[in-house]
Design a protein around this ligand. Structure first.
Ligand SMILES: [Fe+2]
Length: 207
């Protein structure tokens, strides 16, 4: 009798191990999985918007290579964030669920509008990252909480600061050069020199 019960217990244990052995999923709540998928979409939507802006500045009738490089680099950065989250989702045994992206129908961005939209978008992404952190906290998912803070929040603050600084700089140039029509040219030259070309080792280097 004892042998039979023992045999059944071992059999149950083996079955349990077999059904779970191929999945690394462990203490990973569905809410966290969903929150990560939402964040992936947010990062991809931002990348899509930056791509639209870079395309605008690269147009023959606009021809502002500094701004084109800046927004191209921003696009790459957002894409890398999405890829990092996809890798993390797979690492935890979750499933990536993508959906159609939201696109802007704006074709005439301009420097002021693109920087303002970029700043708002970066702030929104930060809020969404905090939401992911809150979901992780609710389910006591220390690993996800750490990943969001270490790999995303700090960089997000830097992006917000960067957009704010460029927006201020553009405003200053507008104030100093009112009426002379060279503001966009000067700003593009500056962003090209100080951001795009100044750090050849940076991920944001314009190529
Ligand atoms: Fe991002």
């Amino acid at each position: 009798m004892f042998r039979l019960v023992f045999k059944q217990l071992i059999s149950q244990q083996i079955n349990h191990c077999c059904t779970n052995s191929c999945s690394p999923r462990h203490l990973f709540h569905e809410d966290c999985e969903r929150a990560i998928n939402n964040q992936i979409i947010a990062e991809l939507n931002a990348a899509y918007a930056y791509l639209s802006m870079a395309a605008y500045f690269g147009r023959t009738d606009v021809a502002l290579p500094g701004c084109e490089g800046f927004f191209n680099a921003m696009q790459v950065e957002e894409l890398q964030h999405a890829q990092k989250l996809i890798k993390y989702q797979n690492l935890r045994g979750g499933k990536v669920l993508l959906c159609p992206l939201t696109c802007s129908d704006c074709t005439e961005w301009g420097i002021s509008k693109s920087l303002s939209v970029g700043l708002e978008m970066e702030k929104l992404i930060k809020e969404k990252l905090i939401s992911v952190h809150e979901v992780a906290e609710t389910h006591n998912d220390l690993n996800l909480m750490d990943m969001i803070v270490t790999d995303f929040i700090n960089e997000q603050e830097r992006s917000i600061c960067e957009f704010g600084r460029w927006l201020s700089r553009y405003g200053s140039l507008q104030g100093n050069c009112s009426g002379c029509g060279c503001v966009d040219f000067l700003f593009d030259k500056e962003i090209h020199k100080t951001y795009v070309k100044s750090d050849p080792t940076s991920e944001k280097t314009y190529k």
